[in-house]
Design a protein around this ligand. Structure first.
Ligand code: IPM
Ligand code: MG
Length: 360
């Protein structure tokens, strides 16, 4: 029996998670998986119900789980809360608490969606890149941080900091991922300006000696941002720190036409993981049956693959996504001419049906 903790969160979170669970149920049936699925609170929903964005009960359940599926957190109604109570703190809290330092963000363009990208099809056709983002360090967590009075005015400050061991372990994840793929790794930093990046580069080069088959390159983050829109197919795996990875992964997501398509995995040393779509809670369309559930469904596939070891079930889900896109079904965010626009629930049902066909 494997235990999955489901944390729907805020905004469109509950709707998309609901569709993903329909898919998971069906795939568990088809592949004979024994799963125990519990539900917990996180983000604004947790603040509303329990007074904290990452309550103790959720923390306990998270530690017990073999894998966690999360929807999204955040909403305008929580923006006035003091910082430690904001929904985002729930997400940062669970990442940090479980030591989920390795964030894998694949950006894959489904051929059926080439027209949905804002870039010309020939620039993005066949795109398949993986961003490996460090997730528990850097300026997100560095001390000191704060807002204080200095010389008669307020200053705000944060600290970008990485230890050698933190760099080394994420570099290894990057190299290992590259070994499974095209054997090219681009490390992104700002070593021309920042000491933290100077150390980053030095350690990545050192780790690289253990992976002679991987072709290692380095790029400054400003250039990487430019290269991603100029010629994104030059990349196989990119490895970078927390803040650069946050920014570059949104950019990479947009190359694929919709941020609504991209899943992510956040893993710790034990390979227990948190899986979530990379998009946010989209409060503007919440509860309207408009959200695209595919990123969450693909997050379930990653969960089955990376934390539970069910590769064939993961492939079954990914194949179903391809089939539904082939059939021309699209949610509003990825719709183009000649396709059939459907809502969140209809997309989920179509995915479930596509799974069944797969097994027939
Ligand atoms: C992400 C998000 C989060 C981050 C926010 C919601 C805290 O943007 O997962 O990329 O900055 O890491
Ligand atoms: Mg982000």
């Amino acid at each position: 029996m494997q235990r999955i903790l489901v944390l729907p969160g805020d905004g469109i979170g509950p709707e998309i998670v609901n569709e993903a669970l329909k898919v998971l149920d069906r795939v568990a049936e088809l592949d004979g998986l024994e799963l125990e699925i519990d539900e917990g609170l996180i983000g604004g929903a947790a603040y509303d119900a329990a007074g904290h964005p990452y309550p103790e009960t959720t923390r306990e359940m998270a530690r017990e789980a073999d894998a966690i599926l999360l929807g999204a957190v955040g909403g305008p109604q929580y923006e006035a809360l003091e910082r430690p109570m904001r929904p985002e703190r729930g997400l940062l809290g669970i990442r940090s608490d479980l030591g989920l330092f390795a964030n894998l963000r694949p950006a894959i363009l489904y051929p059926q969606l080439a027209a949905a990208s804002t870039l010309r099809p020939e620039i993005v056709a066949g795109l398949d890149l993986l961003i490996v983002r460090e997730l528990t360090g850097d300026i997100y967590f560095g001390q000191p941080r704060g807002i204080e009075e200095r010389e008669g005015e307020r200053v705000g400050f944060n600290t970008a900091i990485y230890s050698e061991s933190e760099i080394e372990r994420i570099a290894r994840v990057g190299f290992e991922a590259a070994m499974q793929r095209g054997r090219r790794l681009c490390s992104v930093d700002k070593a021309n300006v920042l000491e933290v990046s100077e150390l980053w580069r030095e350690v990545v080069v050192r780790v690289g000696r253990d992976y002679p088959e991987v072709e290692l390159s380095h790029m400054y983050v400003d250039n990487a941002a430019m290269q991603l829109v100029r010629a994104p197919k030059q990349f196989d795996v990119m490895v970078t720190g927390n803040i650069f990875g946050d920014i570059l992964s949104d950019e990479a997501a947009m190359l694929t036409g919709s941020i609504g398509m991209l899943p992510s995995a956040s893993l710790n040393a034990e390979k227990a993981g948190l899986y979530e779509p990379i998009h946010g809670s989209a409060p503007d369309i919440a509860g309207q049956d408009k959200a695209n559930p595919i990123a969450t469904v693909l997050s379930v596939a990653m969960l089955l693959r990376h934390s539970l070891g069910h590769e064939s079930a993961a492939r079954r889900i990914e194949a179903a996504v391809g089939r539904v896109l082939d059939d021309g079904l699209r949610t509003a965010d990825i719709v183009s001419e000649g396709c059939t626009q459907v809502g969140t629930a209809a997309m989920g049902d179509a995915l479930v049906a596509a799974l069944s066909t797969d097994n027939a």
